[in-house]
Write a protein that binds this ligand. Structure first.
Ligand code: 13P
Length: 354
């Protein structure tokens, strides 16, 4: 069974592939729909997810999709369970299993991710529905005196308890400790906090006897705060991120799949590419598990209208293709010219339709 989990973890970071995070909760997706004037209903959310899951050819760059509880139970317009829609393209179904962030008692301004109660049974049920990997996101905020060690250790402990339960229930855990890019701190502060968080997370994973070979890490990149007057260059982000990961992530972990965290979509691709192009040892695969950086353009192009299905899919295909290349260090700015993504997808449409 552990071999099965190791194989699944390795498959999720197969060469040139990464993960599509499409597990926004109903309130979060509703906020994104509202911003574009799209009505959020169970049906419109289903149509959106089906659009994201089916761009012809995207499976070349997408190994797995993280779904929300609502989505894993839904069917395509044609009546096929969305889990099967993914499996038929060789894409692994994944599921978000945390119950969201709540204020951490005694730690003003900080949060703890909840959801451990009853998790064993929920994981077993998701496995029966076809899920093969899971996600739990912890959130760490940087401010003058934050994060507190209480917040970091409580979240590390919860992540490790979740990961151990996932492996017991035959799901590959994605361990996501996100240090937010909100704030005016510089890149140095982000590196220090991210290092401390990763150190605590791997200590907790060790204590909870999590098999590192059968998990993936989903960290933030080391980046300056959004409101920092001194932005960091692509090279600085890549260098600080890889240095931090080398110091704190054991070589037994098969893959590191970054979150995008509010970075502009092209920046998220350029950073991933630069990290993969740095010299020196990289004992893990380094790829993506982006939400907004893969979806934003696709959502805008689709805009809730059936007639825009192809446009939305072209946008997703294009970003998936660019990020797939970045996971190999083979991305270039020329790939961003609209025609590159569109042509490839048009070819696929012709193949499928003709
Ligand atoms: P973003 O890439 O939009 O940060 O989302 C990734 C994710 O899964 C957050 O939990």
């Amino acid at each position: 069974m552990s071999q099965g989990l190791e194989d699944m973890a390795a498959a999720l970071v197969a060469s040139g592939k990464g993960i599509l995070a499409a597990d926004e909760t109903v309130p979060t997706l509703t906020k994104r729909f509202d911003a574009l004037g799209i009505k959020s209903t169970e049906q419109s959310r289903r149509a959106y997810r089906e659009m994201l899951f089916t761009p012809p050819g995207a499976a070349e760059f997408i190994s797995g999709v993280i779904m929300h509880d609502e989505t894993i139970r839904q069917k395509s317009a044609g009546g096929t369970p969305l889990v099967k829609v993914l499996l038929s393209q060789g894409i692994a179904p994944g599921i978000k299993v945390d119950a969201g962030v709540k204020p951490l008692a005694g730690a003003p301004g900080e949060s703890i991710t909840e959801g451990l109660d009853g998790l064993r049974d929920r994981l077993a049920a998701y496995h029966d529905m076809g899920a093969r990997f899971a996600k739990w996101r912890a959130v760490i905020r940087i401010d003058n005196a934050l994060p507190s060690s209480a917040c970091v250790s409580a979240n590390a402990h919860a992540l490790a308890r979740y990961a151990a339960l996932c492996q017991e229930q035959h799901l590959v855990p994605i361990v996501e400790p996100e240090v937010l890019m909100d704030g005016s701190h510089g890149i140095e502060r982000c590196e220090k906090v991210t290092g401390t968080v990763l150190h605590d997370v791997f200590r907790a994973l060790f204590e909870q006897r999590v098999a590192l070979e059968s998990m993936l890490l989903k960290p933030n990149m080391v980046i300056a705060g959004k409101d920092c007057p001194r932005g960091a260059s692509v090279d600085q982000v890549a260098t600080a991120t890889l240095r931090c990961l080398r110091r704190h992530v054991p070589a037994a972990v098969p893959g590191i799949v970054f979150l995008s965290g509010g970075q502009d979509d092209v920046a998220a691709t350029a950073h991933l590419n630069a990290i993969n192009n740095l010299p020196g040892p990289k004992p893990w695969k380094i790829s993506f598990s982006y939400g907004r950086a893969l979806q934003d353009l696709a959502l805008e192009a689709w805009h809730g209208r059936d007639e825009n299905l192809k446009g939305g899919q072209q946008a997703l295909y294009h970003r998936a293709r660019c990020n797939g290349a970045a996971s190999l260090g083979r991305y270039s700015e020329e790939m961003e010219t609209a025609s590159a993504g569109k042509c490839a997808l048009a070819d696929h449409h012709e193949l499928h339709e003709g």
